[in-house]
Structure formats: structure tokens, C-alpha cells
Design a protein around this ligand. Structure first.
Ligand code: MN
Length: 502
């Protein structure tokens, strides 16, 4: 698997030959300096590479074709330092298949009022050059992100950083394999969808694996390897008394370790980045792989329960874009579990049977074994914790039959109460703008009960991702009002039908 620092964003500066070689040399030197500054920034997790200045149609076409073919290139930052007549960009842009961030900046921060002359103006023309470039992309109906500001401004660097993370996750999605053990949970609609269309739109591929294939790998795991992993559990978590050596549930912990190693080896062998399970399809497995799913999620494997491959993909994508962020708080698969009506503090308990990622834990998780009451297997091991408090984004992708829709909701995780008789990992959140409007909007938009959640990402990150995929995205946040939101859903139906033929 590629890591973020192996990936590259290319800075492609536009110009033309009108101004002479001296000006072009200055353009190239400024571009190098800007690319180097971005590359050196600790905010931007990928390499930023300066490409030769684009001064003609053939040259620009060549750069775009190279970008398509370069495995490590995840997108282009374009900037029109001088005026670059945009007909020169048509052929290149027609072929380009990588995301674009159009940076509207200028080398000088301020106008040198006393010294400015025609030479200076000829060199620093992005004020109109970037408008010419914007026109051709608008005319070609190409999605792109536009960032405006001085290149040394931390806000601009932060926008470039966010977009780079999203573009990296987009690249990661293109060769993603998702393994499904079993099918969807019978009769469930919202977690299902068109896997062929998903591959066309998102790039990822979904394959079925018989649980028997996993069982074979699991059964070949040596007792020594299992014992080694149980030792890791002992060092990372607080074990319930009955899970400790000699305890009556110890055997279930040992089984859970065997399942985890088997699952990890199987996914590695397949080159998979995400997986789904189904509690109804566990023949030959001792227990629902709860602990294994929790720990694999923390290592970046996307997860969806009950065959939910769309959420498995989104969990991986959100993990990938947020990895290594400063003040990282984590991400997880979650499910709307139970409602708590409490006036303005009404909230939704987020949990699952077992599978919540420990990256969002507020404290050292406890490893416990309890009966599940569903699925008819042995009592499963699981990590029990409550989540951190604070705001985050919950998102889902649904199949509307003719297109995919991403639904993004900002939420506030609040302090939960003790759950002495519900030993699962959980979060408690109030959807924005409040429980009543947030939940109503989510339901009107057709959102899943499963979500992918992150404390670290923003609405803008997910909107950028949806735009790279060319799918619809609706946002439920502090500004949402139901009548307006309903109209947006109706207008979107019309837009996708008229503009995209969907
Ligand atoms: Mn579920």
C-alpha cells in the first residue's frame, strides 16, 4: 500500500511566449520557489513537484498525459502566473483524469507601489490570467477546487493540504479491493447498491469471499502466533477479570486472536483495503469478529457490517485522508443505535453490535467477553470504551438508483452516561443543527443507519471528495432548514437528470 509521502501533486504554471525568455525564466523560478515551500510544509502530507511552465498547447497536452500515466501523481495544482491563453489548455484538459486545484495567487504579496511598472505588470498577471483559465474550465464543465490567497498564507497552505489529502484518498480508492464475507443482511435496502456503477464512479472493486476461505487461513494460524497476539492485547487494553489467564472467558479471547490473525493474513494475501462481515454467515468461525474488526479498522482497513460495502469504502477513504493529521482524534464505522429524547439535548447513541474503531476512544479500552444474543455463535470478545467528545462529521453514500448521493452531517459528540448492561463501544452525539432537524433531514435524504465518522475531517473535505467522484453531496449543518433542504433535494433530482442524464 502506498503511503501519503510517496504520492505527488504537480504544480503546473501557465504562461506563453509573448513576454520573452527573461520573463519565462522568472516565472519558472517563482514556480519552483512556491512548489518547494508547499513541499517543505509539514501540513501538506504529499510531495509537491514543480513541472516545466506550460507555454503552448502541445506542451500542456503532454504534461496532462504524463500526469494521467504517473502512478504517484494524485492531482495538479494549476496557476497562471502570466496570461496563458486558455485555448492552449483545451486538449490537455480534455484528456486529464486527475483532480485539479486551481490556485489563484501571485508571487508578490503586495503591490510595490513606488516601483511598479509595465515589466512588473507583464510578469504578475494572475489577476486576469487565472480568470481566463477559470473560464475554459467552466466552459468545459470541469469540476475543480479554486483556492484564492497568497501562497505563504497559512490558510492557503491549509486548503492545499486538505485538498491533497482528499486527492490522495481518491487515488487510493482507484485500486481498492473490498472483500465481502457473505452477502448483505437479508432484505436490507440502504446498505445495498450497484457494485458495477460503484466501480465506474469510485474506482473500487467489491468481491465476494466465502467464509470457508477465511476459516482455512484461520485454522492454519499457529498457537504461538495466537499467544503472541494475546500478549499484545494484554499490553494495550485492560482485560476484564474473566478474560485474564485462567479466567472462564479466556478461551474466547484466544479464539478472537486467531480470527484476527486469519482475517489480517487473508486481507493481506488478497491485497484488500476494506472488508464487510455478516453475522448470519459465520460457519467455522467461533464468534462474530468484533475485536478483529475493531483493530483492523484502527490500522486503516475500511469496515462495513452486514455486507455494507459502500460504508466499508467510505471508512477507508476517510481514514486515508485523515491519517497523520495534527491533533488527530480518530475515525470509525458507527450506527445510529438508540434515541435519547431530552429536549434541546436530544441525542443519538452511536454504537454497533461490537464493531467501533478504538481510534475514537476517550480512554484505554477494556477487553471484555459477553453474550451477543444474535447470530447464534459463541460469546464474542470486544473492546469497550466511550468516544471522545467534540465535533466531527458523519457521512454516508447511498445508491439512489440512478446516481450516488453523499450525505454529510456535522455532529457534536457529548458526554455519555455509564452503560453497565450494554458492554459495547459507543459515542453519543447531537446532529447539527439539532436533533429534530438533523435527523429529519438525514431521513429525508435517504441516509443509512450506518455512517463513517471522523473528528478530524471537515464538510469541505467530503464535498471535495464527492466532487472528485462527480456525485451529489448534500450537507446537514448549523444552517440547515427543512423546507430549504427539501427544495435542494428536488433541485438536485432535476440537475442530475438534466445535466448528467441520470
Ligand atoms: Mn448494522
Amino acid at each position: 500500500m502506498k503511503t501519503l509521502n510517496q504520492l505527488e501533486v504537480w504544480l503546473v504554471t501557465g504562461s506563453q511566449h509573448l513576454y520573452g525568455q527573461k520573463t519565462l525564466d522568472q516565472v519558472a523560478s517563482h514556480s519552483k520557489e512556491i512548489a518547494a515551500a508547499f513541499d517543505a510544509s509539514s501540513d501538506i502530507p504529499v510531495k509537491v513537484v514543480c513541472k516545466p511552465t506550460g507555454t503552448g498547447s502541445a506542451e500542456i497536452h503532454k504534461i496532462c498525459r504524463e500526469a494521467n500515466g504517473a502512478e504517484n501523481c494524485i492531482g495538479l495544482i494549476t496557476w497562471m502566473h502570466t496570461f496563458s491563453p486558455a485555448k492552449m489548455w483545451i486538449h490537455g484538459l480534455q484528456e486529464l483524469r486527475k483532480p485539479i486545484l486551481h490556485l489563484h495567487t501571485q508571487y508578490n504579496k503586495e503591490i510595490p507601489w513606488k516601483e511598479i511598472d509595465m515589466d512588473f505588470m507583464n510578469l504578475n498577471q494572475s489577476a486576469h490570467g487565472d480568470r481566463e483559465f477559470g473560464h475554459i474550465m467552466a466552459r468545459m464543465r470541469m469540476d475543480r477546487k479554486v483556492v484564492v490567497g497568497h501562497w505563504q498564507d497559512p490558510k492557503v497552505v491549509s486548503k492545499v493540504a486538505g485538498w491533497s489529502r482528499v486527492a490522495a484518498a481518491w487515488a487510493d480508492s482507484q485500486d481498492m479491493l473490498i472483500i465481502r464475507f457473505g452477502d448483505q443482511m437479508n432484505n436490507v435496502a440502504v446498505t445495498d447498491g450497484d457494485k458495477v456503477e460503484a466501480e465506474r464512479v469510485f474506482g473500487y472493486h467489491v468481491d465476494y469471499s466465502p467464509i470457508a476461505d477465511l476459516v482455512k487461513v484461520q485454522d492454519n494460524v499457529s498457537d504461538e502466533d495466537v499467544a503472541e497476539l494475546v500478549k499484545i492485547y494484554e499490553s494495550e487494553y485492560d482485560l476484564a477479570d474473566n478474560c485474564k489467564e485462567g479466567g472462564e472467558a479466556r478461551n474466547q479471547v484466544v479464539h478472537a486472536a486467531r480470527i484476527e490473525i486469519g482475517l489480517r493474513r487473508y486481507l493481506e494475501k488478497k491485497g484488500a483495503k476494506a472488508f464487510t462481515t455478516n453475522f448470519d454467515d459465520l460457519e467455522g468461525v467461533d464468534q462474530l469478529p468484533g475485536l478483529a474488526s475493531q483493530r483492523l479498522m484502527a490500522d486503516g482497513y475500511g469496515f462495513g457490517a452486514e455486507g455494507d460495502w459502500k460504508t466499508a469504502a467510505l471508512c477507508r477513504q476517510m481514514w486515508f485522508m485523515s491519517q497523520g493529521m495534527s491533533d488527530y482524534k480518530g475515525c470509525s464505522f458507527l450506527e445510529d443505535y438508540t434515541l435519547n429524547f431530552d429536549g434541546e439535548k436530544s441525542s443519538i447513541l452511536q454504537a454497533h453490535m461490537l464493531e467501533v474503531c478504538p481510534l475514537i476512544a476517550d480512554h484505554k479500552p477494556k477487553l471484555e467477553v459477553h453474550p451477543l444474543g444474535i447470530g447464534g455463535k459463541n460469546d464474542p470478545a470486544r473492546l469497550v470504551f466511550t468516544s471522545k467528545t467534540g465535533s466531527g462529521v458523519a457521512a454516508t453514500v447511498i445508491d439512489m438508483g440512478s446516481r450516488f448521493r453523499m450525505i454529510i452531517n456535522t455532529v457534536d459528540c457529548i458526554d455519555s452516561q455509564e452503560l453497565p448492561k450494554l458492554p459495547v463501544a459507543s459515542a453519543l452525539w447531537i446532529p447539527q443543527p439539532n436533533f429534530e432537524v438533523g435527523a429529519a433531514a438525514w431521513i429525508l435524504a435517504g441516509g443509512t443507519h450506518h455512517t463513517s465518522f471522523s473528528y478530524d475531517l471537515t464538510v469541505e473535505d467530503l464535498q471535495d471528495f464527492a466532487e472528485m467522484a462527480g456525485i451529489e453531496a448534500v450537507v446537514i449543518d448549523k444552517g440547515t432548514k427543512i423546507p430549504e433542504f427539501k427544495k435542494e433535494l428536488q433541485w438536485n433530482d432535476l440537475y442530475y437528470h438534466l445535466a448528467k442524464g441520470l
